[in-house]
Design a protein around this ligand. Structure first.
Ligand SMILES: NC(=O)c1ccc[n+]([C@@H]2O[C@H](COP(=O)([O-])OP(=O)(O)OC[C@H]3O[C@@H](n4cnc5c(N)ncnc54)[C@H](OP(=O)(O)O)[C@@H]3O)[C@@H](O)[C@H]2O)c1
Length: 342
Protein backbone atom coordinates (compact mmCIF):
# COMPACT_ATOMS: atom_id res chain seq x y z
CA UNK A 1 0.00 0.00 0.00
CA UNK A 2 1.32 3.48 -0.79
CA UNK A 3 0.58 6.72 0.99
CA UNK A 4 -1.45 7.99 -1.95
CA UNK A 5 -4.24 5.52 -1.87
CA UNK A 6 -7.69 6.48 -0.73
CA UNK A 7 -8.78 3.37 1.18
CA UNK A 8 -7.39 1.16 3.92
CA UNK A 9 -8.57 -1.76 6.03
CA UNK A 10 -9.46 -2.08 9.66
CA UNK A 11 -10.66 -5.00 11.78
CA UNK A 12 -14.00 -4.74 13.55
CA UNK A 13 -15.97 -6.90 15.93
CA UNK A 14 -18.66 -8.65 13.84
CA UNK A 15 -20.34 -10.45 16.73
CA UNK A 16 -19.73 -11.10 20.42
CA UNK A 17 -17.69 -14.30 20.84
CA UNK A 18 -19.10 -17.42 22.48
CA UNK A 19 -16.90 -19.75 24.58
CA UNK A 20 -14.33 -19.80 21.75
CA UNK A 21 -13.20 -16.60 20.02
CA UNK A 22 -13.66 -17.50 16.35
CA UNK A 23 -12.08 -15.69 13.40
CA UNK A 24 -15.68 -15.14 12.19
CA UNK A 25 -16.34 -12.95 15.23
CA UNK A 26 -14.21 -10.36 13.44
CA UNK A 27 -14.55 -8.73 10.03
CA UNK A 28 -12.09 -6.82 7.89
CA UNK A 29 -13.62 -3.66 6.48
CA UNK A 30 -12.25 -1.54 3.65
CA UNK A 31 -12.93 2.13 4.12
CA UNK A 32 -11.77 5.64 3.26
CA UNK A 33 -8.32 6.55 4.54
CA UNK A 34 -8.82 8.68 7.67
CA UNK A 35 -7.57 12.25 7.48
CA UNK A 36 -5.79 13.88 10.40
CA UNK A 37 -7.21 16.96 12.11
CA UNK A 38 -5.24 19.67 13.91
CA UNK A 39 -2.61 18.22 16.27
CA UNK A 40 -2.97 14.72 14.78
CA UNK A 41 -0.57 12.41 12.95
CA UNK A 42 -1.34 10.06 10.09
CA UNK A 43 0.51 6.79 10.69
CA UNK A 44 1.11 3.76 8.50
CA UNK A 45 0.98 0.81 10.87
CA UNK A 46 3.86 -1.67 10.56
CA UNK A 47 3.18 -4.01 13.51
CA UNK A 48 0.45 -4.35 16.07
CA UNK A 49 -0.03 -6.51 19.14
CA UNK A 50 -2.82 -9.04 19.59
CA UNK A 51 -3.84 -9.38 23.26
CA UNK A 52 -6.00 -12.08 24.79
CA UNK A 53 -7.76 -9.40 26.92
CA UNK A 54 -9.62 -8.57 23.69
CA UNK A 55 -11.74 -11.65 24.36
CA UNK A 56 -12.84 -10.29 27.73
CA UNK A 57 -13.49 -6.85 26.29
CA UNK A 58 -15.52 -8.31 23.41
CA UNK A 59 -17.81 -10.35 25.66
CA UNK A 60 -21.46 -9.20 25.69
CA UNK A 61 -21.36 -8.02 29.31
CA UNK A 62 -17.88 -6.38 29.10
CA UNK A 63 -17.20 -3.32 31.21
CA UNK A 64 -14.12 -1.10 31.11
CA UNK A 65 -11.56 -2.35 33.64
CA UNK A 66 -8.99 0.03 35.10
CA UNK A 67 -5.57 -1.35 34.20
CA UNK A 68 -6.77 -3.01 30.97
CA UNK A 69 -6.00 -0.51 28.21
CA UNK A 70 -8.17 -2.32 25.64
CA UNK A 71 -11.58 -0.68 25.10
CA UNK A 72 -14.86 -2.57 25.50
CA UNK A 73 -16.19 -3.70 22.14
CA UNK A 74 -19.65 -4.06 20.63
CA UNK A 75 -20.38 -5.29 17.10
CA UNK A 76 -19.24 -2.67 14.58
CA UNK A 77 -16.44 -1.29 16.78
CA UNK A 78 -12.87 -1.24 15.45
CA UNK A 79 -10.40 -3.15 17.63
CA UNK A 80 -7.44 -1.32 19.21
CA UNK A 81 -4.11 -2.39 20.72
CA UNK A 82 -0.50 -1.26 20.88
CA UNK A 83 1.15 -0.62 17.52
CA UNK A 84 4.28 0.64 15.82
CA UNK A 85 3.48 3.09 13.04
CA UNK A 86 5.54 5.08 10.59
CA UNK A 87 4.73 8.79 10.44
CA UNK A 88 3.17 9.74 7.08
CA UNK A 89 2.24 13.28 8.04
CA UNK A 90 2.38 15.28 11.26
CA UNK A 91 1.61 18.79 12.49
CA UNK A 92 4.50 21.18 11.74
CA UNK A 93 4.89 22.07 15.43
CA UNK A 94 5.08 18.44 16.63
CA UNK A 95 8.37 16.77 17.61
CA UNK A 96 7.84 14.12 14.90
CA UNK A 97 8.95 13.91 11.27
CA UNK A 98 7.68 11.86 8.32
CA UNK A 99 9.49 8.52 8.36
CA UNK A 100 9.83 8.40 12.17
CA UNK A 101 8.57 5.30 13.94
CA UNK A 102 6.27 5.77 16.92
CA UNK A 103 4.52 3.62 19.47
CA UNK A 104 0.78 4.30 19.76
CA UNK A 105 -2.46 2.61 20.87
CA UNK A 106 -4.33 2.16 17.53
CA UNK A 107 -3.39 -1.15 15.96
CA UNK A 108 -5.79 -3.45 14.08
CA UNK A 109 -5.86 -1.08 11.03
CA UNK A 110 -3.58 -0.25 8.11
CA UNK A 111 -3.47 3.49 8.85
CA UNK A 112 -4.23 5.32 12.08
CA UNK A 113 -4.94 8.92 12.97
CA UNK A 114 -3.52 9.57 16.42
CA UNK A 115 -3.05 12.71 18.53
CA UNK A 116 0.60 13.70 18.98
CA UNK A 117 0.22 13.24 22.76
CA UNK A 118 -0.66 9.55 22.31
CA UNK A 119 2.50 8.80 20.30
CA UNK A 120 5.82 7.81 21.86
CA UNK A 121 8.91 8.48 19.74
CA UNK A 122 11.01 5.35 19.23
CA UNK A 123 14.78 5.42 19.44
CA UNK A 124 16.41 5.68 16.01
CA UNK A 125 18.30 2.46 16.69
CA UNK A 126 16.24 -0.33 15.15
CA UNK A 127 14.83 -2.70 17.78
CA UNK A 128 12.99 -5.99 17.63
CA UNK A 129 9.27 -5.03 17.51
CA UNK A 130 8.65 -7.73 20.13
CA UNK A 131 10.91 -5.83 22.55
CA UNK A 132 8.77 -2.71 22.10
CA UNK A 133 5.26 -4.13 21.67
CA UNK A 134 5.79 -7.17 23.87
CA UNK A 135 5.35 -7.33 27.60
CA UNK A 136 9.01 -7.22 28.65
CA UNK A 137 8.29 -3.82 30.16
CA UNK A 138 5.30 -5.21 32.09
CA UNK A 139 7.39 -8.11 33.40
CA UNK A 140 10.27 -5.79 34.25
CA UNK A 141 7.96 -3.35 36.07
CA UNK A 142 6.32 -6.21 37.99
CA UNK A 143 9.71 -7.58 39.04
CA UNK A 144 11.22 -4.25 40.05
CA UNK A 145 8.25 -2.13 41.18
CA UNK A 146 5.74 -4.84 42.11
CA UNK A 147 7.94 -7.31 43.95
CA UNK A 148 11.52 -7.57 45.11
CA UNK A 149 13.68 -10.36 43.67
CA UNK A 150 16.73 -11.21 45.75
CA UNK A 151 19.84 -13.17 44.80
CA UNK A 152 19.24 -16.88 45.27
CA UNK A 153 15.43 -16.71 45.07
CA UNK A 154 13.33 -19.48 43.59
CA UNK A 155 10.86 -17.76 41.27
CA UNK A 156 7.67 -19.33 39.88
CA UNK A 157 6.00 -17.75 36.82
CA UNK A 158 2.52 -18.92 35.85
CA UNK A 159 1.74 -18.89 32.10
CA UNK A 160 5.51 -18.82 31.75
CA UNK A 161 5.43 -19.14 27.94
CA UNK A 162 3.00 -16.25 27.45
CA UNK A 163 3.54 -12.63 26.50
CA UNK A 164 4.42 -11.48 30.03
CA UNK A 165 5.61 -14.85 31.34
CA UNK A 166 8.16 -15.48 28.57
CA UNK A 167 9.92 -12.28 29.65
CA UNK A 168 9.32 -12.56 33.42
CA UNK A 169 11.27 -15.83 33.68
CA UNK A 170 14.30 -14.39 31.89
CA UNK A 171 14.22 -11.05 33.71
CA UNK A 172 13.81 -12.80 37.08
CA UNK A 173 16.99 -14.74 36.35
CA UNK A 174 18.90 -11.57 35.42
CA UNK A 175 17.71 -9.95 38.64
CA UNK A 176 19.35 -12.72 40.65
CA UNK A 177 16.97 -15.68 40.88
CA UNK A 178 18.86 -18.94 41.11
CA UNK A 179 15.95 -21.15 40.12
CA UNK A 180 13.14 -20.25 37.73
CA UNK A 181 10.05 -22.41 37.28
CA UNK A 182 7.25 -21.81 34.79
CA UNK A 183 3.85 -23.29 34.00
CA UNK A 184 2.37 -24.11 30.63
CA UNK A 185 0.01 -26.61 29.00
CA UNK A 186 2.06 -28.93 26.77
CA UNK A 187 5.33 -30.85 26.78
CA UNK A 188 6.33 -29.10 23.55
CA UNK A 189 6.00 -25.66 25.12
CA UNK A 190 7.80 -26.91 28.25
CA UNK A 191 10.78 -28.12 26.20
CA UNK A 192 10.90 -24.79 24.33
CA UNK A 193 10.73 -22.84 27.61
CA UNK A 194 13.73 -24.72 28.98
CA UNK A 195 15.74 -24.45 25.75
CA UNK A 196 14.95 -20.84 24.73
CA UNK A 197 13.81 -19.04 27.87
CA UNK A 198 16.15 -20.64 30.40
CA UNK A 199 13.56 -22.15 32.74
CA UNK A 200 15.00 -24.76 35.10
CA UNK A 201 11.72 -26.64 35.40
CA UNK A 202 8.17 -26.48 34.07
CA UNK A 203 4.86 -27.66 35.55
CA UNK A 204 1.93 -28.54 33.31
CA UNK A 205 -1.65 -27.39 33.87
CA UNK A 206 -4.24 -30.04 33.20
CA UNK A 207 -1.77 -32.86 33.81
CA UNK A 208 -2.10 -33.62 37.51
CA UNK A 209 -2.29 -31.28 40.52
CA UNK A 210 0.02 -28.27 40.19
CA UNK A 211 0.77 -28.40 43.95
CA UNK A 212 2.36 -31.84 43.74
CA UNK A 213 4.23 -31.01 40.52
CA UNK A 214 5.56 -27.88 42.24
CA UNK A 215 6.65 -29.89 45.29
CA UNK A 216 8.73 -32.10 43.03
CA UNK A 217 10.52 -29.30 41.18
CA UNK A 218 10.82 -26.94 44.19
CA UNK A 219 11.17 -29.20 47.22
CA UNK A 220 12.37 -26.25 49.34
CA UNK A 221 9.47 -24.05 48.26
CA UNK A 222 9.28 -20.78 46.33
CA UNK A 223 10.28 -17.22 47.25
CA UNK A 224 8.65 -15.19 44.48
CA UNK A 225 5.49 -15.87 42.49
CA UNK A 226 4.63 -13.88 39.36
CA UNK A 227 1.03 -14.81 38.69
CA UNK A 228 -0.80 -14.47 35.40
CA UNK A 229 -3.30 -17.28 36.02
CA UNK A 230 -4.88 -17.33 39.51
CA UNK A 231 -7.09 -20.22 40.66
CA UNK A 232 -5.35 -23.56 41.17
CA UNK A 233 -1.90 -22.17 40.30
CA UNK A 234 -2.17 -19.38 42.89
CA UNK A 235 -3.36 -21.87 45.50
CA UNK A 236 -0.47 -24.22 44.69
CA UNK A 237 2.11 -21.42 44.82
CA UNK A 238 0.71 -20.30 48.17
CA UNK A 239 0.92 -23.83 49.54
CA UNK A 240 4.60 -23.98 48.49
CA UNK A 241 5.53 -20.46 49.69
CA UNK A 242 8.59 -20.16 51.90
CA UNK A 243 8.93 -17.79 54.85
CA UNK A 244 9.03 -14.22 53.56
CA UNK A 245 7.68 -15.17 50.11
CA UNK A 246 6.55 -12.34 47.83
CA UNK A 247 3.68 -12.68 45.34
CA UNK A 248 2.84 -10.26 42.53
CA UNK A 249 -0.48 -10.90 40.82
CA UNK A 250 -0.72 -9.52 37.29
CA UNK A 251 -3.54 -11.42 35.65
CA UNK A 252 -6.17 -14.09 36.09
CA UNK A 253 -6.15 -16.13 32.89
CA UNK A 254 -8.21 -18.78 34.62
CA UNK A 255 -11.08 -16.26 34.47
CA UNK A 256 -10.18 -14.38 31.28
CA UNK A 257 -9.65 -17.50 29.17
CA UNK A 258 -12.17 -19.61 31.03
CA UNK A 259 -13.52 -22.37 28.76
CA UNK A 260 -17.13 -21.38 29.26
CA UNK A 261 -17.24 -17.64 29.89
CA UNK A 262 -14.66 -14.87 30.00
CA UNK A 263 -15.01 -12.99 33.28
CA UNK A 264 -13.25 -10.79 35.83
CA UNK A 265 -14.05 -13.08 38.75
CA UNK A 266 -11.17 -15.33 39.84
CA UNK A 267 -11.68 -16.88 43.26
CA UNK A 268 -8.86 -18.77 44.97
CA UNK A 269 -8.71 -20.38 48.40
CA UNK A 270 -5.72 -19.59 50.57
CA UNK A 271 -4.94 -20.27 54.24
CA UNK A 272 -4.72 -16.78 55.78
CA UNK A 273 -3.16 -18.15 58.96
CA UNK A 274 -0.18 -19.38 56.95
CA UNK A 275 0.12 -15.93 55.40
CA UNK A 276 0.66 -14.49 58.89
CA UNK A 277 2.94 -17.26 60.15
CA UNK A 278 5.15 -17.15 57.06
CA UNK A 279 5.12 -13.36 56.59
CA UNK A 280 3.94 -13.79 52.99
CA UNK A 281 3.42 -10.57 51.04
CA UNK A 282 0.91 -10.60 48.19
CA UNK A 283 -0.04 -7.71 45.95
CA UNK A 284 -1.87 -7.02 42.72
CA UNK A 285 -0.02 -4.91 40.21
CA UNK A 286 -0.88 -3.18 36.93
CA UNK A 287 2.09 -1.83 34.97
CA UNK A 288 -0.22 0.58 33.15
CA UNK A 289 -0.59 2.59 36.33
CA UNK A 290 3.17 3.31 36.18
CA UNK A 291 2.89 3.82 32.39
CA UNK A 292 5.56 5.89 30.68
CA UNK A 293 7.99 5.93 33.61
CA UNK A 294 7.98 2.12 33.80
CA UNK A 295 8.43 1.87 30.03
CA UNK A 296 11.41 4.26 30.09
CA UNK A 297 13.02 2.24 32.90
CA UNK A 298 12.63 -0.90 30.80
CA UNK A 299 14.25 0.66 27.72
CA UNK A 300 17.18 1.89 29.83
CA UNK A 301 17.63 -1.53 31.46
CA UNK A 302 17.34 -3.17 28.04
CA UNK A 303 20.30 -1.16 26.71
CA UNK A 304 22.37 -1.91 29.79
CA UNK A 305 21.45 -5.48 30.72
CA UNK A 306 19.20 -6.77 27.97
CA UNK A 307 21.70 -8.62 25.83
CA UNK A 308 20.85 -12.33 25.41
CA UNK A 309 17.18 -11.79 26.19
CA UNK A 310 14.97 -13.82 23.88
CA UNK A 311 11.98 -11.72 22.77
CA UNK A 312 9.59 -14.57 22.21
CA UNK A 313 6.90 -13.77 19.67
CA UNK A 314 4.52 -15.37 17.21
CA UNK A 315 4.20 -13.16 14.13
CA UNK A 316 1.32 -13.30 11.63
CA UNK A 317 1.85 -11.54 8.31
CA UNK A 318 -0.92 -9.38 6.85
CA UNK A 319 -4.03 -7.83 8.39
CA UNK A 320 -6.11 -10.59 6.77
CA UNK A 321 -4.52 -13.05 9.23
CA UNK A 322 -5.26 -10.93 12.31
CA UNK A 323 -8.60 -12.68 13.11
CA UNK A 324 -6.82 -16.05 13.04
CA UNK A 325 -4.07 -14.63 15.29
CA UNK A 326 -6.58 -13.65 18.00
CA UNK A 327 -8.40 -16.98 17.71
CA UNK A 328 -5.17 -18.96 18.14
CA UNK A 329 -3.88 -16.70 20.94
CA UNK A 330 -7.08 -17.27 22.93
CA UNK A 331 -6.90 -21.02 22.23
CA UNK A 332 -3.51 -21.23 24.00
CA UNK A 333 -1.70 -22.34 20.84
CA UNK A 334 0.92 -19.57 20.65
CA UNK A 335 4.12 -18.55 22.39
CA UNK A 336 5.33 -15.17 23.58
CA UNK A 337 3.71 -11.95 22.42
CA UNK A 338 1.45 -12.25 19.36
CA UNK A 339 2.12 -9.67 16.64
CA UNK A 340 0.70 -8.88 13.22
CA UNK A 341 3.17 -7.45 10.71
CA UNK A 342 1.68 -5.27 8.00
N1 LIG B 1 -0.96 -6.36 35.37
C1 LIG B 1 -0.54 -5.92 34.20
O1 LIG B 1 0.18 -4.92 34.11
C2 LIG B 1 -0.93 -6.65 32.96
C3 LIG B 1 -0.57 -6.17 31.68
C4 LIG B 1 -0.97 -6.91 30.57
C5 LIG B 1 -1.72 -8.07 30.72
N2 LIG B 1 -2.07 -8.48 31.97
C6 LIG B 1 -2.83 -9.72 32.22
O2 LIG B 1 -1.88 -10.74 32.51
C7 LIG B 1 -2.35 -11.98 32.01
C8 LIG B 1 -1.34 -12.54 31.03
O3 LIG B 1 -1.30 -11.71 29.87
P1 LIG B 1 -0.47 -12.14 28.60
O4 LIG B 1 -0.78 -11.17 27.54
O5 LIG B 1 0.93 -12.42 29.00
O6 LIG B 1 -1.21 -13.50 28.24
P2 LIG B 1 -0.57 -14.91 27.89
O7 LIG B 1 0.09 -15.47 29.11
O8 LIG B 1 0.23 -14.79 26.65
O9 LIG B 1 -1.93 -15.70 27.64
C9 LIG B 1 -2.10 -16.72 26.70
C10 LIG B 1 -1.74 -18.05 27.34
O10 LIG B 1 -2.58 -18.33 28.46
C11 LIG B 1 -2.55 -19.71 28.73
N3 LIG B 1 -3.93 -20.14 28.98
C12 LIG B 1 -4.92 -20.30 28.10
N4 LIG B 1 -6.06 -20.70 28.71
C13 LIG B 1 -5.78 -20.80 30.00
C14 LIG B 1 -6.54 -21.19 31.15
N5 LIG B 1 -7.82 -21.54 31.07
N6 LIG B 1 -5.91 -21.18 32.35
C15 LIG B 1 -4.62 -20.82 32.45
N7 LIG B 1 -3.85 -20.44 31.39
C16 LIG B 1 -4.43 -20.44 30.19
C17 LIG B 1 -1.98 -20.36 27.49
O11 LIG B 1 -0.63 -20.69 27.79
P3 LIG B 1 -0.14 -22.18 28.09
O12 LIG B 1 -0.69 -23.03 27.01
O13 LIG B 1 1.35 -22.03 28.03
O14 LIG B 1 -0.66 -22.52 29.46
C18 LIG B 1 -1.99 -19.23 26.47
O15 LIG B 1 -1.02 -19.37 25.47
C19 LIG B 1 -3.71 -11.70 31.41
O16 LIG B 1 -4.69 -11.97 32.39
C20 LIG B 1 -3.66 -10.23 31.08
O17 LIG B 1 -4.92 -9.63 31.07
C21 LIG B 1 -1.67 -7.80 33.08
Amino acid sequence: MTHHQATHREVRLASHPGPIFLPENLEIVEMALPSPGPGELLLRNRWFRVSISTRLMASPDAQAVEGIPIPTLKPGDTLADGAIGEVVSCPPDSPFHPGDFVLHPLGWRDYAVVSAGSCTALPPRRMDPAALLGHGWTAYAALTRGVEVRPGDTVFVSSGAGAIGSMAGQIGRKLGASKVIGSTSTQDKAAWMKAELGYDAVVLRGQGPIASQLSQVAPDGIDVFVDMVGGEQLEAAFARARDGARFVLLGALTAELNDSHSSIVAPAKIDSFQMILKDIRMRGYSADRDGAAAFDDWITWLWERGSNLHFASTVFKGIENAPKALHEACSGKLKGVVLVEL
